[in-house]
Ligand binder design. Sequence first.
Ligand SMILES: [Zn+2]
Length: 70
Amino acid sequence: MLYVYCDNCKKNIPSPRSGKNFVTIFDKDLCIPCSEKLEQDIRVLMAKEKDYHLEAFAKNQKSVLDRIKK
Ligand SMILES: [Zn+2]
């Protein structure tokens, strides 16, 4: 039995299936609501960037992910 816990809300994900009911971003496992929240946070940060750069996305994604404590 595989146990996956969301690194953000610490909830157990029942019958975990990667990409289905949880996603792994770098070293973080996230449930779908948390990953959507995270994407939203990244989008807000990206809106402040002048242009869409992959480096800017990576930087903002990292800063949002760094807020999640494992
Ligand atoms: Zn979660």
